[in-house]
Each structure stands twice: as structure tokens, then as C-alpha cells.
Design a protein around this ligand. Sequence first.
Ligand SMILES: Cc1ncc(COP(=O)(O)O)c(C=O)c1O
Length: 399
Amino acid sequence: MSHADPLLVFRDRFPITARTNYLINNSLGAMPAAARASVAQFLDAWETRGVRAWGDGWWALQEQVADRIALALGVPAGTVSMHQNVAVAQEMILSCFRCDGRRNKLVYADRNFPSDQYIYEARAAHGARLVRVPPAADGISTDAEQVAAMIDDETLLVAIDHVMFRSSALVDVEPIVQKARQVGAFVVLDTFHSVGVLPLELHRLGVHAAVGGALKWLCGGPGNCFLYVHPDEVRRLQPAFTGWAAHKQPFAFSPAGQDYRDDGGRFATGTPNVPALHSGKAGIEVVLEAGLPAIRQKSQRLTTLLIEAAQRAGLSVRSPLDARRRGGHVALDVPHGYAVCQALSAREIVVDFRPDAGLRVAPHFYNSEDEVLGCVGAIREILDRRAYEPFLQQQKKPG
Ligand SMILES: Cc1ncc(COP(=O)(O)O)c(C=O)c1O
């Protein structure tokens, strides 16, 4: 362990780091060893306690995990609900609004993640007017002032990705929220690429709602996505997308109809995803234990090192060069990017490739400087020796 890098003490808790240069934490964070025990606990309860496991802790787990995520978001406990994915969380918040009135503009950034884009665009069929904000002049970021200028008193919702999934550009949320609040529009922030790698203060910022998930920087595995709603907004929203878990007394199974909860649980749907919650809670805990300010500091140091090494190696960087303006990953636009990514994977160096971005390299708090430099060196060598060629014909598949 390096004395200069106290966060490396956490490395041993993530088994994959023993054999793999794991630099894809903006896609799927490494699994903490503790997740296996937690999932085993779930299976033991199912096997030995059967249906009684709900009362033993399964039902309450969704709120416990949601409250740990609330800490990472910088919002009060009781304001977060858990969901299968961001598409569901976005649909949940959209279901609280009608698009057939005068206030029916949906303002969203051109480069939002598809789950955010498609779901808003689908609302055009229900009367929404779509206002798509083009990328900033640099082609890789979203200009917050430009977004703010497109918000007016006919704007219903503003959907923004906090950190852009291709370039890692960090969007300045403050002017957007300020303008939206002036004119009565509602801001939904996608924090998927910021939660767990940046210290967030969403409550202080005044964001109305936020979506995201624990499978990237929070190391929580698939299925642990969430919706935060500002406490001032909770009671005035009535989601049309709902279920029995959102009822004040779900176990009354009341035929009288929905009686929404007054906290974040108002935005729940049905039976919670208990196995996912068990696999997710350990990672979220380790990230909170390491501390988000320290994680951010290290992330900025490693991504700066990465960019400087990439530039020395003649690789093209498609992320902001100023560490304050980027999230946790760096995009390197190299020739034959997909095949280079496969060649790296064959050497146990794991990054990913996205069209219009290139290779995304994303060190986390358990990675070392040597791993970052080793990745850049390997990319250079693969390009120089044309070691990507055997991978040129491979079919694209997940991962
Ligand atoms: C900004 C952002 N939002 C959402 C998602 C995933 O969406 P979903 O949870 O609907 O699969 C990603 C995935 O990488 C993302 O980068």
C-alpha cells in the first residue's frame, strides 16, 4: 500500500483488482467481496425463513438502502425510492405531470443518455413540445447558460445529465435550477455518472428530482437505481405510475384506492427487488466509508495523470482538460476504438468503447497510478503493433 494514497487500503475489498486492471467503474463498479456474503444472507433467509423473511428485514431494506444513497446525494433521509433502472425512475417522475396544458415544454440536453432522451421524446405523442438543447461549441459539453436561456414559463420539465456519459463533461447545474425555479419549471437531474465519485449537495442546489443508480461509482451492481424528489415537491405530486408499495398502509390492501405515502416511498411501485438490494448495499457502504471528498480528490488526480500520459502518447482526449469540469472518466478517441477495447480486455485491462466518445477509462478509489499509466501504455502499444487487428471483425455485445 502506498502511504501517499490512503484509499488503496480499500483495494483488497474488491477481488477483481487482484487479477484485472479494472478501469471501467463508470459502467459497472467492481464487486466488493462483502456483496457475496450479503447475497448469501438473502438466500439463507429465503431458504430457512420463507415468507417470514419479509418481516425479518426484506421489506425494510429498500428504505435502508435508499437512505444510504440519500447520503451520497446530499439530500435528507426519506426522500429516495428504489427502482429497477433509470428508465423506470424517469417514467415515474414524468407520470406526475400532464403534457396537454400550456406549460408542456420538455427541455433536455442533446447528449443525454438514451434512457433520458427517448422517454422524454415519447411524450410528444401525449402533447409535449420538445426543446432539445444542442451541445456547447466544444462539441463535448452542455452549456448551462444555453439550457437556462431555453427555459421559459411554458417549460414543464428540464432533464439534464449531470456528467455526460460520453465525454465526462460536468454540467453546471446551478444556473439551470435558478432559472427553472424563477419560471416554475421542474428540474430532473441524472446523477448516474456523478453519484459515488463526486460529493453532491442536491438539496442545497434545489434540484427538484434526481435519478441515478448504484451500479457504477457506488459499486452496487445492477438493479439498484433510484429517484430522489425534493421534500417540498413530494406531496404535490401524484404519480400515475404507481403500485401498492406507494400506499401509506400497503398491507391493508385497501380496495378504497391509492392513499399515497407522504415521503419518498410515494414513488415506489410494487414488490421491491430484494436480491438486488442485498447485492447493492455493501458497495454503497464502502464508498461512503472511503468518503466522497477523498474519492473526488483522488479521481481528479488519476484522471489528470491519465490525460497527461495520453497526450504524451499522442492520443486524442475527448473530455474536458480542466479537472473541475469533468466527472470520473476520460474519453480517448483512438482509431479502431472497439477493437482496441477488445485487445485491452484480452490483456486483462478493462475499459469500454462508446461511439462518438471512444475508449472510456474510469479509475476509482481502489485503482493505482500504475494501472492508469499501464492502460495508456498498452493502448499505445496495441495501436503501434496493430494488435487490434484480430478483433476488428468481432460482433459488438454487452460488456
Ligand atoms: C447518464 C445515464 N443515465 C442512465 C443510464 C442507464 O439507464 P437505465 O438505468 O435505464 O439502463 C446510464 C448508463 O450508462 C447513464 O450513463
